[in-house]
Design a binder for this molecule. Structure first.
Ligand code: HEC
Ligand code: HEC
Ligand code: HEC
Ligand code: HEC
Ligand code: HEC
Length: 407
């Protein structure tokens, strides 16, 4: 009886102690977070005066760069891998202020894992405190000036304000600003040239005619840069891409169907209009797919097929992997190169018992791709389960043709 009592006391004592330690950790985390946010003011601080910019940015994928179930699941895969010792790797692009706080990488991990991080990912300060780029590095690396009250941007003729100093930097209108996070696979440096995510984009007509990433992904408009200031040229901060109107300028499809007795052949020309690779970043799990559906009698699907545009990596053991952090080699590269036209041929039995059939061809951003264990993990992490948006395709362009079978 006595012994039971004792252990009971011991257990309660341990619980109180653990609780105390836990509180101390929380206090330490809060202190570290405020240290970080002193250097990189939180985006909500900017919202007060830059409401329009904030509201645009808030709808962009960048505002959710450390929030998604797919991010939590893949971060976990990374941390549990042999590469996972450097905890900052993913955040170098997904929350780049980790560069200045590498001792606190665990705080970034904890916040991302909690699912509702209060730390910013790719937000206002993370771009507007970039003072210069180290162009000797490939890709160019941002240099921050910690403790500065100056925010850098595109205007030389800025209006003064009470919250910060402003300074014009021409690099805000240059692609270089974006390359650090968009040009190459994070850790797979031994991939050499295959590490390149944008392709020969600097040889494209777009670049030669003076277009920068911002021209298409931060299109100019006219409006207020800060609340109540006079209207001028401003840049759209929704970063249109997978979401938004820009998608309509991504690709063209040309479809030709030839019936030869029992056999039908569909030839599809996929013409990319994009001046860089498509898909771009993480091309192994975030692929683009061409889906073909043949609908015969009563519009019932009688044949389907697809072509996948992306990359397959091999890890150090020669096993296939979708994770770029495990990649030692590229096994297959079917990414659509800048402005490439790809011809695909599909052959199938001519649909029977019908006068016509439908040929449906669609180019989509594919649902998340990867091993079942990874997909299940994402599903478990998401409050929407298998309905999570990453499991839905996003349509880029679609063509439907009705083909007469003839006698
Ligand atoms: C600090 C790293 C970083 C920099 C610098 C950066 N980006 Fe990004 N960008 C990201 C990350 C991370 C995402 C993905 C966010 C997510 O979905 O989790 C992203 C997403 C995007 C998307 C959306 C892609 C989609 O699938 O819809 C576009 C467009 C984009 N960035 C364009 C730009 C442009 C243009 C610049 C330069 C002005 C730029 N980025 C600079 C990290 C960066
Ligand atoms: C070199 C910069 C860079 C690094 C390093 C990086 N990412 Fe990304 N990541 C991006 C960009 C840019 C996008 C947006 C791609 C797009 O939409 O085209 C993105 C998108 C994603 C997405 C899909 C969008 C989302 O948030 O659900 C996931 C998941 C993701 N990254 C996970 C990771 C993980 C895990 C790591 C670390 C192993 C990592 N990334 C390292 C640049 C990077
Ligand atoms: C991925 C980097 C990136 C992020 C994140 C970002 N900006 Fe910008 N911002 C830019 C670039 C690049 C320009 C200049 C674009 C141009 O002139 O073509 C710009 C322009 C501006 C301008 C001047 C023109 C305008 O559009 O009003 C303001 C003000 C501004 N940003 C504030 C913010 C605020 C506030 C946030 C957060 C809510 C934010 N930015 C997030 C890159 C970024
Ligand atoms: C007290 C109001 C206020 C706050 C808070 C504020 N700004 Fe500004 N900001 C302004 C005003 C006013 C301008 C000048 C706008 C103009 O010239 O049209 C400006 C200009 C800018 C510019 C353009 C600078 C240039 O020279 O191109 C950037 C970038 C910017 N702010 C970013 C931010 C960011 C990031 C934050 C949050 C960390 C922030 N601002 C917080 C009022 C504010
Ligand atoms: C001439 C216009 C143009 C320029 C310049 C341009 N892009 Fe794109 N970009 C597109 C189009 C079109 C798409 C595909 C349609 C879409 O997703 O909206 C796209 C797609 C993307 C995507 C999403 C692709 C994916 O796989 O998820 C990212 C990220 C991106 N661009 C980044 C960049 C960066 C970084 C630069 C500068 C190096 C750049 N773009 C320059 C037109 C452009």
């Amino acid at each position: 009886m006595m012994a039971v009592w004792l252990s009971f006391v011991v257990i309660i004592g341990a619980a109180v102690l653990a609780d105390g330690a836990f509180t101390a950790v929380l206090a330490q985390n809060a202190a570290n977070q405020s240290l970080i946010e002193k250097a990189f003011p939180h985006s909500t601080k900017c919202k007060r005066c830059h409401e329009r910019v904030y509201e645009e940015w808030e709808t962009s994928p960048m505002a959710k760069s450390i929030h998604s179930p797919a991010f939590r699941a893949s971060l976990d895969m990374y941390l549990n891998s042999t590469m996972g010792k450097d905890k900052a790797v993913c955040f170098r692009c997904h929350a780049p202020h980790v560069r200045e706080f590498s001792d606190h990488a665990q705080l970034f991990v904890d916040q991302a894992k909690a699912g509702d991080p209060s730390l910013d990912g790719v937000a206002c300060s993370q771009c507007h405190l970039i003072k210069s780029l180290d162009l000797a590095k490939h890709p160019p690396e941002p240099k921050y000036e910690i403790g500065s009250k100056t925010l850098y941007g595109p205007y030389g003729d800025f209006v003064q304000n009470l919250a910060h100093q402003s300074m014009e930097l021409s690099l805000f209108q240059k692609s270089d600003l974006c390359l650090n996070c968009h040009q190459s696979v994070p850790s797979a440096t031994n991939l050499g040239k295959a590490n390149d995510l944008l392709g020969n984009w600097d040889q494209s007509r777009a670049v030669k005619s003076g277009k920068e990433c911002q021209t298409c992904h931060m299109p100019q408009q006219v409006g207020e840069s800060a609340n109540g200031e006079k209207k001028r040229t401003i840049a759209n901060h929704t970063f249109p891409s997978r979401i938004g109107k820009l998608r309509q300028e991504a690709a063209k499809l040309d479809v030709q169907t030839k019936i030869d007795g029992d056999k039908t052949t569909v030839m599809v020309k996929v013409q990319s209009l994009v001046p860089h690779n498509l898909p771009a970043t993480h091309p192994a799990w975030a692929t683009v797919v061409l889906n073909l559906d043949i609908k015969g009698k009563n519009l019932k699907t009688v044949f389907t097929d697809k072509r996948v545009y992306g990359r397959t990596y091999l890890d150090a053991q020669g096993q296939k992997t979708v994770f770029d952090f495990e990649a030692a080699k590229v096994a297959e590269d079917t990414v659509l190169k800048p402005k490439e036209t790809r011809e695909e041929t599909f052959t199938f039995p001519t649909p029977k018992d019908t006068k016509t059939f439908d040929v449906e061809v669609a180019l989509n951003y594919a649902p998340l791709n990867g091993p079942a264990s990874f997909l299940q993990r994402v599903e478990a992490e998401s409050s929407q389960g298998s309905q999570d948006p990453v499991f839905q395709p996003i349509e880029i362009v679609k063509r439907t043709e009705n083909v007469p079978v003839g006698k």
